[in-house]
Ligand binder design. Structure first.
Ligand code: ADP
Ligand code: MG
Length: 213
């Protein structure tokens, strides 16, 4: 029996009077590619944000890698890679710097403003040579070799998505969560992204992705 990677029990999330998640259960085993499918507003992003402890919920239990998930469970967080629905990159940084997250002094404070930042690679890999290899691997994986010195504003929508993915997977996470990775992406980038997801899975990662049905 494969190990359970994600276990959600009885999750309830309300936004004031709106019940976004009503006693939701989910179990995902190691090695799965799990598609969380549902129309807009069905609670996919809410589920992911609760799962990652980026959002407080009203009721329920969430375990990842057999541990209770919490905002300060950094041991678990570093094993997860997240690609958010809305592309989240820093316009001030180049493609390479975004993936590397090697901050000049003074910038670090800005980063910490976003809780999601916990899931980027820079905070976890301090050895310079290893980090460079990880960043180079991520760049090659998404095919952004020719754009490393570009700033995000100069990238097309598809390339920006690929940068977003590189940021999420650079630290070689065991669990990768992608929220609508292929929505509003041109067919070519879409195929590349889907092939990439399967490749990451073949290399051993457990995958959760969301999509409209
Ligand atoms: P999906 O990702 O499947 O489109 P969401 O999780 O974003 O769904 O939204 C689920 C429901 O919760 C929707 O009805 C949405 O309008 C509502 N919702 C999401 N975020 C908020 C929020 N911050 N405040 C109030 N309602 C929200
Ligand atoms: Mg969503």
């Amino acid at each position: 029996m494969a190990e359970t990677v994600v276990k959600i029990d009885n999750l309830v999330k309300r936004y004031k009077e709106l019940i976004a998640l009503d006693h939701f259960d989910l179990e995902i085993k190691k090695g799965e590619v799990f598609g969380l499918l549902g129309p807009n507003g069905s609670g996919k992003t809410t589920t992911i944000n609760c799962l990652l402890s980026l959002l407080a919920y009203d009721k329920g239990d969430i375990e990842i890698f057999g541990e209770k998930m919490s905002p300060v469970n950094y041991g678990v967080k570093k094993r997860i890679g997240v690609i958010m629905q809305n592309v989240a990159v820093f316009d001030e940084l180049t493609v390479y710097e975004n993936i590397d997250t090697l901050m000049p002094d003074g910038f670090a404070g800005k980063r910490v403003m976003s809780a999601a930042i916990d899931y980027f690679c820079g905070l976890y890999i301090t050895d310079k040579a290893t980090r460079k290899k990880y960043v180079d691997d991520a760049i090659a994986f998404v095919g952004l070799e020719d754009f490393v010195k570009f700033h995000p504003k100069k990238l097309s929508g598809g390339l920006l998505r690929r940068l977003n993915i590189a940021c999420g997977i650079a630290h070689k996470p065991e669990l990768i969560i992608l929220d609508e990775p292929t929505v509003a992406v041109d067919p070519q980038s879409r195929n590349k992204i889907l092939e990439g997801i399967l490749q990451l899975n073949r290399e051993g990662a457990t995958i959760i992705y969301t999509s409209p049905p």
